[in-house]
Write a protein that binds this ligand. Structure first.
Ligand code: UT7
Length: 335
C-alpha cells in the first residue's frame, strides 16, 4: 500500500482588489461591520472583461503546482476539481483542465462539496493513490463567486463574504508510509441543505420557468445563507472533524504544527483556536485578504502558509472544513 504526499502547490487570485469601502459604495454596508463580523478587509473579484473563470484560474494555479512538483503535464494521471461555481452547468471544470493544460486523456472528476470541496477532493485523490491506481493527481479548488452574487443591499449578508480565486496541489505516490496523508474523515447532513444554497437554476427550477416569471424580486438564483444557523453548526463540526482526525492517528492537539481551517469567518477560526488552545503559529488565516473562496480557501491558505515557510518537513498539518450540504471533514498529513 502506498501513501500520497503533496509534491507541488500553487494558487492564483485575480488582480482586482475590492475593499470593504468599495462595497459600501454599492450597498448599505461598512468596513466596521464586515471586519467585526467576519475579519475580512478585502477580497478579489474578477473584473468584467477578464478571461478568468473557475477553470481558467484553476489551470493557472495548476501550472504552478505542476512545475513546483518538478513534473510536466505528461506525468499527471488524474484530475479532481472542486467547485460550486463551474464554468458550465455541465460538463464539469475537470475536463476543461485536461484540455487547457494539454494533459493526456486522463480521467477528470468534479467534486460538488462547496466549502468542504478541497478536503473531499484530497480524500478522493488519496484513495486512488493508496490503491496504486494512479501516481500523480492534480487536485484543484477554484471559485468564481463574484459573477453570481446579489451586490445590492438585499444580498449584503452573503455577498460581502465571498471572493474569487483558485489553488491546486499535486498529490503524488510515496512509499514512505510515515509521510503524506495519514487519514481523511468526511461527513454530510443533508437535512440542512437549504440553509446554505442556490435554488435555481436547477432541474426543479429550470431557466425558462425563471424567465417566464420574470420577477425582479426572485432571489432564488442568488446564494442564500442562514448565517447564524450555519455559524453555530460550523464551530461544532470543525471541532469534531479535527478531533476525529487526531484520535484516528493517536495524536493530541499539541501535536498539531499547522491547522488550515476553511476560511469562512475569522471569528470561527478564532473560536477554534481558543477552544483547542492553539498558538498563533499553529494555525493560518488569510480570510482578511481574500474573503471566503469556498472550495479554494483551504488550498490557497495551505499554499500561502507553505510559501511563507510556516510548514516544514515532518510537520503535522491538519486541513479542516465545513460548509453547505452541510458537509464537513478533515485531512491529517505528515509533511
Ligand atoms: O463557508 C461556509 C460556511 N459559512 C459560514 O460558516 C458562515 C457562518 N456565518 C457567519 O459567518 C455569520 O453569520 C455572518 C457573517 C454571515 C453574519 O454575521 P451575524 O453576526 O450572524 O449577523 P446577522 O446575519 O445576524 O446580522 C446582524 C445585523 C442584521 O441587522 P439587524 O436585523 O440586526 O438590524 C443584518 O441586517 O447585521 C445586518 N447586516 C449587515 N450590516 C451591514 C447583514 N449583513 C450586513 C452587511 N453590512 N454586509
Amino acid at each position: 500500500m502506498y501513501n500520497s504526499k503533496i509534491t507541488g502547490l500553487g494558487y492564483y487570485v485575480p488582480d482586482n482588489i475590492v475593499t470593504n469601502d468599495d462595497l459600501s459604495k454599492i450597498m448599505d454596508t461598512n468596513d466596521e461591520w464586515i471586519q467585526e463580523r467576519t475579519g475580512i478587509k478585502e477580497r478579489r473579484w474578477i473584473k468584467e472583461g477578464s478571461d478568468d473563470t473557475s477553470a481558467v484560474m484553476g489551470a493557472k494555479a495548476s501550472r504552478i503546482a505542476i512545475e513546483r512538483a518538478g513534473l510536466t503535464a505528461e506525468d499527471i494521471d488524474f484530475i479532481v476539481f472542486a467547485t460550486l461555481s463551474p464554468d458550465y452547468y455541465f460538463p464539469g471544470c475537470g475536463v476543461q483542465i485536461q484540455d487547457m493544460l494539454g494533459l493526456r486523456t486522463v480521467g477528470a472528476v468534479d467534486i460538488r462539496n462547496q466549502c468542504s470541496g478541497f478536503v473531499y477532493a484530497m480524500s478522493v485523490a488519496d484513495q486512488f493513490i493508496k490503491t496504486g491506481m494512479y501516481k500523480n493527481i492534480l487536485v484543484i479548488g477554484s471559485e468564481y463567486h463574484s459573477g453570481g452574487l446579489d451586490k445590492t443591499t438585499r444580498g449584503r449578508s452573503v455577498s460581502v463574504i465571498f471572493g474569487d480565486g483558485a489553488g491546486a496541489a499535486v498529490l503524488s505516490r510515496t512509499e514512505d508510509n510515515s509521510k503524506g496523508i495519514l487519514s481523511s474523515h468526511l461527513h454530510s447532513e443533508g437535512k440542512h441543505a437549504e440553509e446554505l444554497t442556490v435554488i435555481a437554476p436547477s432541474i426543479r427550477h429550470w431557466v425558462p420557468e425563471i424567465l417566464k416569471e420574470n420577477d425582479e424580486n426572485d432571489e432564488s438564483y442568488f446564494p442564500y445563507m442562514n448565517g447564524t444557523f450555519v455559524f453555530k453548526h460550523a464551530v461544532v463540526r470543525f471541532s469534531q472533524a479535527i478531533n476525529e482526525g487526531l484520535q484516528a492517528n493517536n495524536l493530541k492537539v499539541s501535536d498539531i504544527d499547522m491547522l488550515i481551517p476553511h476560511q469562512a469567518n475569522l471569528r470561527i477560526a478564532q473560536f477554534i483556536q481558543k477552544k483547542f488552545n492553539l498558538s498563533d503559529d499553529q494555525l493560518f488565516n488569510n480570510i482578511q485578504k481574500y474573503g471566503n473562496t469556498t472550495a479554494a480557501s483551504v488550498i490557497i491558505a495551505l499554499t500561502e502558509a507553505w510559501e511563507k515557510g510556516k510548514i516544514k518537513e515532518n510537520d503535522l498539518v491538519v486541513l479542516a472544513a465545513f460548509g453547505s450540504g452541510f458537509t464537513w471533514g478533515s485531512v491529517i498529513m505528515r509533511w
